[in-house]
Design a protein around this ligand. Structure first.
Ligand SMILES: [Mg+2]
Length: 296
């Protein structure tokens, strides 16, 4: 791969299928300058863009980046941003092979990522089958807790600094699930990344696959991190609420046969015939989308 300097990046295509996505992180919509330093903006915009690639069971090859700057940023901000972007690119092994800078009214980072996956192995949202298990790779709710901490004006009672820090870090510096995607691509029947909240993204997968996703309460309980429990309590909500309806987790939600569950994936429930997203209560199903309830 040959990078910045010429008018286009030159990519030598492997014999795989290629996946290609684009993602915007915009001041006002995705972040506030008061809540995120330049390093945070660089890290988060990059990982948020990368996240769509493992969601297809693919590995990222390279990225290009469009940076919009406003009069609110100075040279020090730009230097810190550039340094952090170089570090996150090195850490993930995904080179930034091109970019462009413009000036506007707000700060924004648009990142396009190219990835590769073995021929015909790309994971779609539409492949989930009844009797598949639901898998989670990554954490849920911590980023939403971090956001709520930033939105809260008051001091949080009974929360340790370390617990607060875990949530803020999850919000400011999320990590795309780049680790185990090759294996996942071989065994999963469907996948997407959780960026708009578990229930909302699960409903997209359920709809695309024409199935119902059923979460088991014990499994949901098991994935709640202790930090999430104590911060949620202090925020006057529940850890489960944050895990189910929070956002910006950049975890992967996948489905596949239970016998093939990959290392690092945690089972959250199962797929069955029907439509929608539910929590199992014995043989009953409680809809997580609107409280609708029916017998199984
Ligand atoms: Mg996505």
């Amino acid at each position: 791969m040959e990078g910045i300097g010429d008018d286009c990046a030159v990519l030598r295509f492997p014999a795989d299928d290629l996946v290609w996505s684009i993602d915007a992180s915009l001041e006002g919509s995705h972040f506030l300058m008061d809540w995120m330093g330049p390093g945070d903006v660089a890290h988060k915009s990059f990982h948020a863009a990368l996240s769509d690639v493992p969601a297809m069971g693919a590995r990222p090859l390279a990225a290009i980046c469009q940076l919009s700057l406003s009069s609110r940023v100075n040279e020090a901000w730009l230097r810190a941003f550039a340094r952090a972007q170089r570090i996150v690119s090195e850490q993930t092994g995904v080179p930034i092979v091109g970019g462009n800078i413009t000036w506007g009214k707000t700060v924004g980072v648009v990142t396009s990522v190219l990835g590769a996956v073995e021929k015909n192995q790309a994971l779609k949202r539409s492949g989930a089958q009844p009797d598949d298990e639901i898998w989670l790779l990554g954490e849920l709710g911590l980023a939403a807790a971090g956001l709520r901490i930033l939105q809260t004006e008051e001091e949080l009672q009974d929360v340790r600094a370390s617990e607060r820090a875990v949530c803020l870090e999850a919000f400011r510096r999320p990590h795309a699930q780049l680790g185990s995607t090759e294996n996942l691509a071989r065994v999963a029947t469907s996948c997407l990344d959780v960026s708009d909240g578990l229930v909302r993204d699960a409903s997209r997968l359920a709809e695309a696959s024409g199935v119902a996703l059923v979460f088991e309460p014990e499994s949901l309980q098991r994935i709640l991190r202790p930090e999430l429990k104590s911060v949620a309590l202090a925020l006057g909500t529940t850890p489960k609420e944050l895990a189910l309806f929070g956002g910006e987790d950049y975890a992967l939600l996948a489905t596949g046969p239970s016998a093939a569950r990959p290392l690092g994936a945690r089972a959250l429930g199962f797929v069955e015939r029907g439509a929608g997203v539910y929590e199992a209560q014995g043989e009953s199903r409680v809809s997580l989308l609107g409280g609708f309830e029916h017998g199984a």
